[in-house]
Design a protein around this ligand. Structure first.
Ligand SMILES: [Zn+2]
Length: 279
């Protein structure tokens, strides 16, 4: 069977990626064209992937380092690894939460997608943030105001402290956003139990307090990978966005192994569509 035919055949089987060759994620992503929302329910946790970017998005090969560029080009032959800017809606125990909020650009799909799912911004009980880059917290603000009027916000204390210690412009968006939510901002230590039984874990490296969250059989991995086609095979490769690259590599290796060992479904903010991945 030719690869293209195989791709067409697996399309009908749904896009949750079962155990098997790791680059199935990339194959699957080639088919899911119009689909920008997908819900998976595992052991009572309903997780919906929401793609924020309206058009196809690739991470250019040139932002990756840590392996020979020929190796990178071979793993990502189109000059850029297929990716997304995504966030995830979680419904569990009668509560509604978002993991990250994407970038809040004028053409962002998050709010229209929530509306399509029948969820209003005021319905969001919790926001769990993986880190403070603009493509993760940008959607928290619109026209200088908080978008989610009731949401209690959870972020790692090390992330907050790390950004506050940065100079000038870099932290501007972080400072205004956190100020807008200050009366309902909760800064946690790794390992603390959060609402809905969510467990935040230390995946720092990408940013000072980059967090992955375990909830049931899901592992929300934030920015553990920017180019899955490259980094699943070569986890030592970093995107230029990784602030502390040796730590980012260690975190990537650790949580990929952890997810595989525990048979968790990863939900990743830059995984290719449908942004769920099980190894
Ligand atoms: Zn990101």
């Amino acid at each position: 069977m030719k690869r293209r035919e195989w791709i067409r055949n697996v399309a009908g089987l749904g896009l949750l990626l079962a155990a098997g060759p790791i680059d199935r994620a990339v194959w699957a992503s080639e088919l899911s064209e119009p689909e920008k929302v997908k819900t998976l329910t595992l052991s009572g946790v309903k997780m919906t992937w929401i793609q924020d970017n309206p058009k196809e998005r690739r991470m250019p090969n040139k932002i990756f380092s840590g392996a020979d560029s020929r190796v990178i080009d071979e793993l990502s032959p189109e000059g850029g690894a297929l990716a997304t800017v995504s966030c995830f809606l979680m419904q569990k125990d009668g509560k509604t939460a978002l993991f990250d909020t994407a970038n809040g650009n004028a053409d962002s799909l998050l709010l229209p997608a929530l509306e399509g799912l029948g969820v209003k911004p005021a319905d969001i009980d919790y926001l769990f943030l993986t880190h403070f880059h603009g493509d993760h917290i940008g959607g928290m603000m619109r026209d200088g105001k908080a978008v989610f009027p009731r949401a209690e916000v959870y972020a790692a204390k090390t992330e907050y402290d790390g950004w506050m210690a940065m100079e000038g412009e870099r932290k501007e968006l972080v400072a205004t956003t956190m100020k807008a939510y200050e009366d309902r901002l909760h800064l946690f230590a790794f390992g603390e139990e959060l609402p809905c039984g969510i467990e935040p874990m230390d995946a720092s490296g990408h940013t000072p307090g980059h967090t992955v969250y375990r909830v049931g059989d899901f592992l929300v991995i934030g920015d553990l990978m920017h180019g899955a086609a490259i980094q699943l095979k070569r986890p030592e490769v970093c995107a230029s966005f990784d602030m502390d690259q040796p730590k980012a590599v260690a975190a990537r290796k650790k949580y990929l192994a952890y997810a595989k060992e525990n048979q968790l479904t990863m939900a990743g903010m830059h995984l290719p569509p449908p942004a769920f991945l099980k190894l």
